[in-house]
Design a binder for this molecule. Structure first.
Ligand code: BGC
Length: 755
């Protein structure tokens, strides 16, 4: 299809019309030219296709579909290949349902445990989120349907989500909040990007030229269309100019008319409207020309796939005395409403109308499992009879498994959590059961960290996250050892909410949220502060054990334009087959910029039989060592030593090596009379030019000869102090303290230093 030619035949009114939706889920048709409507649908972990009454909050029914594990869970798999396959399945369902674009993945960073929508997001770590996002996009788009990576950008809270401004500094945005989008755009080329509701540093994302054009298109090479989150448009005309192509769902024609008027009044270049239409139609036709509605949608097969994936996502947080796996022959008590009816997805626009769901109780049919309700999902306090019933069931069993977590009312799209606790009734039931049976296990269903006041009293904790419609089957497989847990935490579980770095500022004041913790999000903060945490980023146990050895670096010294290959050997030293995740972290050992101790820059998941070992390898390029430099507005590596650590979690890193990285980029330096001596002396070229003056000044500060001074004078001005005085003194100090040069000479020296 010659899109340009097609757009050239459209009237201004038709073009403005095409820039907004026909209804909740369709782009507009232009019948005169044979342009059809095209349908999009939520997303992200399955389809929420509304055939009849439509809304963006999950209120009205959608077609029966398959709910795969949500992103909070799939991130824990650390398995992009598996997530790519999940994407392929979702892509097939889209083809079957005639959907051109599925609205996801959602890749916003889990800045605080409180974000109501954390369950839809991958991680506190941008590298992990980026790898997962790219994989799911590649999977879906391999079926010739599009994705809409969302919500671009800095949409990390639900509180005042449509008005709040997320205010962060350039480096924080580049290092923490952009990379998941950047990696996905560069590696997986999503067909569309959804801008967020919020403002970024004061400007709505939907009319932000820096976000939507400069960064997204000019820097990262995005070539699809940008769609607004549903109702995210404030100034439509500014949006067209900034690079917002499609407004969804619509403005009832109001904004279309504004576009027409702005063009007629010479306030908006018609070419920009053409550009938006071309981008939209390119995607409409890319789908249409590859539509395959005959693609089968085998929901049963996808249910089985969802169960397999859910099992790979579960994170075994604690397993004292190897209580898990349970023995199939033993009498076990399952306790909790979630054992019967698990919480496996979150509320809001991602809510899927599942064709089937399996709870753990149902999945355990045939085993010697008794059940007690334990608590009421909708209530906060626990009636005594319910607790007594749970205790009785626990007492009669070899082991008790309490299925607990967060109810929908605690965690949902549209609002944030106000604390990090589970409902009181659930905590009480866990305590009571643990007191009645020493072999108590807790299975958690939640989209983000919770406090665990009972952690010392239970033997095991299995984090199931929101594991999709087959989570019950997966939980039973893991509990009874048919599957060996291999998920790793994609986020830190702090001991308490107040420990979280965003705690003081999260939610903001009025319509402004300042990201004052900067780049110190998640483990980047806890590690820098050497804080105890409940469970660290990357943590997850297995029923077998792994040993890491043989760290090999391809070089001791590289330039920032080279790549470094890192290899290590992982061995399964236990007696069961299992999967290890080798995690690689890089740290700048001697850094001038204030940087995290370590940052995840690679991971590999390997399956190993008992006794088997395998070499895993990683390739590190400039980005693995770089920070965002705000002077050159680019990634920069500071020359020096970097640590390379490998292990099983951010706090279990048995292998450590060092590489020297040399920068090939010289940062621009501009000296003035306000530059201080210390900075000049760190620059060999400038130091040489200034040496005569430095020598004379050093003499004044007593650096050259302390011998002849009296004891009293030596006590008054220690060597350290005189050194510091000199170091921190601006060059203009040479006039105050007799550097022996004239202003003209100083000017000449500066000119040479800056040459
Ligand atoms: C959500 C999006 C969603 C859209 C359409 C919005 O409220 O923020 O994630 O895709 O609705 O349902």
């Amino acid at each position: 299809m010659d899109i340009k030619a097609l757009v050239s035949q459209m009237t201004l009114e038709e073009k403005a019309g095409l820039c907004s939706g026909d209804d909740f889920w369709h782009t507009k048709a232009v019948e005169r030219l044979g342009i059809p409507r095209s349908m999009v649908s939520d997303g992200p972990h399955g389809l929420r296709k509304q055939d009849e009454a439509a809304d963006h909050l999950g209120i009205n029914d959608s077609i029966k579909a398959v709910c795969f594990p949500a992103a909070c869970a799939t991130a824990a798999s650390f398995d992009p290949d598996m997530i790519r396959e999940m994407g392929e399945a979702i892509g097939d369902s889209c083809q079957h349902e005639k959907l051109s674009v599925v609205l996801g993945p959602a890749v916003n960073i889990k800045r605080s445990p409180l974000c109501g929508r954390n369950f839809e997001y991958f991680s506190e770590d941008p590298y992990l989120a980026g790898r997962m996002a790219a994989a799911v996009i590649q999977g879906i788009q391999s079926r010739n349907v599009g994705t809409s990576i969302k919500h671009f950008a800095l949409n990390n809270q639900e509180h005042r989500r449509m008005s709040s401004s997320s205010d962060a500094d350039e480096r924080t945005i580049r290092e923490i909040y952009f990379p998941a989008f950047e990696t996905a755009v560069k590696e997986a080329a999503p067909w569309t990007v959804m801008c967020s509701y919020n403002r970024v540093n004061g400007v709505y994302a939907s009319e932000n030229p820096w976000l939507l054009t400069e960064v997204l298109r000019n820097e990262w090479g995005f070539d699809g269309y940008v769609v607004s989150d549903w109702g995210a448009v404030s100034d439509r005309v500014a949006g067209v100019a900034a690079g917002l192509d499609l407004e969804m769902p619509s403005s009832g024609g109001v904004n279309d008319r504004k576009i027409v008027e702005a063009v007629k009044a010479g306030k908006l270049d018609e070419k920009l409207v053409d550009r938006a239409c071309e981008r939209i139609l390119k995607i409409v036709y890319r789908y249409l020309e590859n539509a395959k509605p005959e693609t089968p949608w085998d929901k049963e097969a996808q249910h089985a796939q969802a169960a397999d994936i859910a099992a790979e996502c579960m994170v075994l947080l604690k397993n004292e005395g190897g209580i898990l796996p349970l023995d199939r022959q033993d009498e076990i008590a399952f306790i909790g409403e979630f054992a019967r009816k698990p919480r496996f997805q979150g509320g809001g626009s991602s809510h899927i109308n599942c064709f089937r769901t399996t709870g753990a109780l149902e999945a355990a049919e045939g085993l010697k499992v008794a059940w007690a309700r334990g608590y009421d999902v909708a209530a906060d306090d626990a009636p005594e009879e319910m607790i007594a019933e749970a205790v009785a069931a626990a007492k009669n069993a070899k082991a008790a498994v309490v299925f607990a977590g967060l109810p929908d009312s605690y965690e949902s799209e549209g609002y944030d959590r106000s604390h990090m606790r589970m409902p009181d009734c659930q905590n009480r039931v866990i305590e009571a059961v643990a007191a009645a049976n020493p072999n108590t296990v807790v299975v958690l269903h939640n989209g983000a960290p919770v406090e665990m006041p009972w952690i010392g009293k239970v033997k095991a904790v299995l984090e199931a996250y929101l594991g999709g419609q087959a989570v019950g089957e997966a939980a039973v497989r893991v509990l009874f050892g048919d599957a060996n847990p291999c998920g790793k935490l994609p986020e830190t579980f702090p001991l308490k909410l107040e420990d979280n770095p965003s705690y003081l500022y999260y939610g903001g004041e009025g319509n402004v949220t300042e990201y004052r913790e900067g780049v110190f999000v998640g483990y980047r903060y806890y590690d820098k502060k050497k804080m105890d945490v409940l469970f660290p980023f990357g943590h997850g146990l297995s029923y077998t054990a792994f040993e890491f050895s043989g760290l090999k670096l391809s070089a001791e010294k590289i330039k920032d334009t080279d790549t470094l290959t890192v290899a290590a050997t992982v061995k399964n030293t236990g007696s069961r087959a299992g999967k290890a995740v080798a995690q690689l972290y890089v740290g700048d050992a001697e850094s001038t910029p204030i940087r995290p101790v370590r940052e995840l820059k690679g991971f590999v998941k390997v399956e190993l039989q008992p006794g088997e070992s395998r070499e895993v390898s990683f390739t590190l390029d400039k980005r693995a060592f770089a920070y965002w430099n705000t002077q050159i507005h680019d990634w920069h590596v500071e020359t020096g030593a970097f640590t390379i650590e490998i292990g099983e979690s951010s706090r279990d890193l048995p292998l450590c090596g060092t590489v020297q990285v040399e920068s090939t980029v010289e940062l621009p330096r501009r000296y003035t009379m306000d530059s201080i001596f210390m900075d000049v002396m760190a620059d060999p070229k400038a130091k040489e030019i200034l040496m005569p003056v430095i020598r004379r000044t050093m003499a004044i500060f007593g650096h050259d000869d302390r011998e002849g001074t009296s004891e009293a004078a030596r006590e008054a001005v220690t060597e350290d102090m005189s050194m510091a005085m000199m170091n921190y003194m601006p060059l203009r100090g040479v006039f105050s303290f007799g550097g022996g040069i004239t202003p003209e000479e100083a000017g000449e020296l500066l000119a040479k230093m800056n040459a």
